[in-house]
Design a protein around this ligand. Structure first.
Ligand SMILES: Nc1ncnc2c1ncn2[C@@H]1O[C@H](COP(=O)(O)OP(=O)(O)OP(=O)(O)O)[C@@H](O)[C@H]1O
Length: 308
C-alpha cells in the first residue's frame, strides 16, 4: 500500500460501472478525492452517490473499473483503519449507550481520539450515558459523526451528514468538518444542499443518473446556477436558438422550448422579435437542475426537474 505517497489522491474511482438488476447505478464514473480537501458529491435522488461511497468502502464490488483507497483496496485492514464513515443508514445498535458505542468503535483503530475529545468535537455533552435508541434524530446524527471521526480517519465519508440537524447543530458540524480538513483529513461529502457544498467544499462533483456530469471548483458550478431559465411555447427551432448570444443550453419538451441563459433579457427580447406567436413565457432563476441541463446539453440534455 502506498501510504507514504502524499501526492497521490486519497482515493480514486476509475471507469467504474455498477448495476443492480435492471438499474445502472453507476455508468463509467471517474472520481478522485484529493488529500486534505473536501470533495462534495452533488446530485438528485438516485444519482448514484451512495453507491459510489459503497464501492469506496469495499461494501460492494464494481461490475467493471477500479477502486483505490490510499493506493490499495478498501478491503485491506490497514486501509480500513484510516477510514471513517457516516452513512444514511447507520445500522447502529440501539440498546447500547453512547459511551459504549464510542468505546467499541474506538477499539477498531490504532490511534483513536479520547472519548472526551469526541464529545467536544461532535457536541455530545450530557449524552454519553444515554441509550442510542432513545436519542432524538439530531442527537443520533451527532453520535454517528462522533463514531465516524473517533479513529482519527485520514479519509472520511459523510453521506448527507446534516440531514435532520437544526441550524446550530449544522453550523457546529460544519466547523468540525473544516477543522478536520485543516488537520489534513480528506473528505467526501454528499449533499442535496448547494449551500452546504459552497460552505465546505474545495471541489464539487455533480452526478446524475450514474454519470459525472460536472466537476470543478465551487465557483464554477455556482456560476451555472446563477443562470436564468426561460420557458415558452414556441415553434422556433432548437438549433437556431442554441446559437444565440447568452444561451448555454436549449431543448424542446413537447411544444415548449426550455432555455438556460447567462442573461435573460436579450434572449427574451429576441424570442419575442422572432416569434410573434410565442406564448406562456416564464423566466426564473436557474436551480441546480438547470445547471445539469446546461452541462449536459451537448449530449441530448438531462431531464429538467423543478429548480432546486
Ligand atoms: N440495493 C439496491 N438494489 C437495487 N437498486 C438499488 C440499490 N441501491 C441503490 N439502487 C438504485 O441505484 C440507483 C442509485 O442509488 P444511490 O442510492 O446510489 O443514489 P443516491 O445518489 O445516493 O440517492 P439519494 O440522494 O436518494 O440518497 C438508484 O436508482 C437506486 O434506486
Amino acid at each position: 500500500m502506498n501510504v507514504a505517497d502524499s501526492s497521490s489522491p486519497a482515493a480514486r474511482l476509475s471507469a467504474v460501472t455498477l448495476r443492480y438488476g435492471a438499474v445502472q447505478a453507476l455508468d463509467g464514473v471517474d472520481i478522485e478525492l484529493p488529500r486534505a480537501r473536501l470533495t462534495a458529491v452533488l446530485g438528485p435522488n438516485g444519482a448514484g452517490k451512495t453507491s459510489a461511497i459503497g464501492l469506496l468502502l469495499g461494501l460492494r464490488t464494481p461490475d467493471s473499473g477500479t477502486i483505490e483507497v490510499f493506493g490499495g483496496s478498501p478491503r485491506e485492514r490497514v486501509v480500513r483503519q484510516r477510514i471513517g464513515v457516516m452513512l444514511q443508514s447507520a445500522g447502529i445498535q440501539e440498546v447500547l449507550k453512547v459511551r459504549e458505542l464510542l468505546e467499541l468503535t474506538r477499539s477498531y483503530y490504532p490511534d483513536p481520539r479520547s472519548v472526551a475529545d469526541c464529545v467536544a468535537v461532535a457536541g455530545l455533552d450530557g449524552l454519553l450515558e444515554r441509550r442510542y435508541g432513545a436519542l432524538s434524530g439530531g442527537q443520533q446524527r451527532r453520535v454517528q459523526f462522533a463514531l465516524a471521526i473517533c479513529g482519527r480517519p485520514h479519509l472520511l465519508f459523510l453521506d448527507e451528514p446534516t440531514t435532520g440537524l437544526d441550524i446550530e447543530a449544522r453550523q457546529r458540524l460544519w466547523r468540525a468538518i473544516r477543522d478536520l480538513v485543516a488537520e489534513g483529513c480528506s473528505i467526501l461529502l454528499t449533499t442535496h444542499y448547494l449551500e452546504e457544498a459552497e460552505a465546505l467544499a474545495d471541489r464539487v462533483v455533480v452526478i446524475d443518473r450514474g454519470r459525472v456530469i460536472a466537476e470543478g471548483g465551487v465557483a464554477s458550478i455556482r456560476a451555472r446556477v446563477a443562470q436564468r431559465r426561460i420557458r415558452c411555447l414556441s415553434a422556433l427551432p432548437v438549433e437556431s436558438v442554441a446559437g444565440w448570444a447568452s444561451v448555454s443550453a436549449v431543448r424542446r419538451v413537447d411544444a415548449h422550448l426550455e432555455i438556460v441563459a447567462d442573461q435573460a433579457e436579450p434572449v427574451v427580447r429576441r424570442l419575442l422579435e422572432e416569434d410573434a406567436a410565442l406564448s406562456e413565457l416564464e423566466v426564473r432563476r436557474a436551480g441546480l437542475s438547470d445547471a445539469f441541463l446546461a452541462l449536459t446539453a451537448g449530449d441530448g440534455g438531462a431531464a429538467l426537474e423543478e429548480a432546486a
